[in-house]
Write a protein that binds this ligand. Structure first.
Ligand code: SAM
Length: 285
């Protein structure tokens, strides 16, 4: 054994990320772990076999997907308890991220079985990394609802927020989602569509909702995609007090400089901001 897999008394569950398009994105450790475990649990065994063959991994595959997760957990736990190491992979990317997987991971924790991450590609992080939007805070919303009413109501609820939102969306529903967004937030709402990441037709579209409709409305949208909404320009700004307290807590600037900056940004007298900063210091004591 090369040491990629640890072997305490029981086996471990290795949660292994696999490529989201480009096979070259497989990590060395992922290959090693998949070679060394006793069993690989995969969403679609036919699909994953191609990956295993490509990397000359001869480990047996068993199916573990959304519809058989409940039945498959116990037999997998038995193997783990008996000391066998098992790897969990999904069709692409990181298992457990909008993928089946969490039930098995949860059951392993409950049974005291070790769970080890073998991180790697994920459409979520890959898309954010090339979107050019603020990512210090973001909300991952998973798949947009397929039904129009639910989708519109979700967009109504979220699209005006002051934070980046990330959605997975099926290509055949992109235009419907864009039309709903147009209705909810108007033609100028900015967005990013990251399509076919790491593949031949990789595309990062940045623009307004109206521009996106014109661009993607030309022909049938193909491939896998992630829809990203940067913080809305119409979102209410945080109050002066909240901004002041945040800056006092987080920045290395002197109190005097913070007061000056906030007064300028919010167009209020420095004396008001100074008074507010004293209250913050009182509260902090
Ligand atoms: N667990 C996976 C991950 O970590 O990326 C996501 C699985 S989810 C079932 C599949 C969705 O991820 C697709 O419908 C699409 O929205 C997104 N996706 C997967 N691969 C992608 C790619 N190469 N480019 C853009 N989006 C992708």
């Amino acid at each position: 054994m090369s040491g990629a897999v640890m072997s305490p008394a029981g086996g471990c569950l290795y949660v292994v990320a696999t490529p989201i398009g480009n096979l070259g994105d497989m990590t060395f450790r992922a290959v090693q772990v998949l070679k060394e475990v006793a069993l690989v649990a995969a969403e679609d065994t036919r699909h994953s076999r191609k990956l295993l063959v490509h990397y000359q991994i001869g480990t047996p595959l068993v199916s573990y997907h959304e519809h058989n997760a409940r039945q498959k957990v116990d037999p997998l736990l038995e193997k783990l308890r008996a000391g066998q190491d098992v790897a969990l992979i999904s069709d692409a990317g990181t298992p457990g991220i909008a993928d089946p997987g969490y039930r098995l991971v949860q059951a392993c924790h409950a049974a005291g079985i070790c769970v080890v991450a073998v991180p790697g590609p994920s459409a979520l992080v890959g898309a954010l990394s090339v979107a050019g939007v603020p990512t210090d805070r973001f909300t991952f919303e998973g798949f947009l609802p397929a039904k129009a009413v639910a989708r519109r109501s979700l967009l109504q609820d979220r699209a005006g927020l002051d934070q980046t939102l990330v959605f997975y969306e099926a290509p055949h529903r992109l235009l419907a989602a864009l039309n709903d967004l147009l209705e909810v937030s108007g033609p100028d709402r900015q967005l990013v569509v990251v399509r076919e990441l790491t593949k031949l037709h990789e595309e990062v579209f940045r623009g307004s909702t109206a521009e996106a409709l014109a661009h993607f409305g030309q022909s049938a949208v193909k491939g896998e995609l992630v829809l990203i909404l940067p913080p809305s320009e119409d979102a209410p700004r945080v109050s002066m007090t909240v901004a002041l307290r945040k800056m006092l807590e987080e920045s290395d600037l002197s109190r005097r400089d913070v007061v000056k900056m906030i007064a300028k940004e919010y167009g209020v007298p420095g004396s008001d901001v100074y008074r507010e900063s004293l209250k913050y210091l009182d509260d902090a004591d």
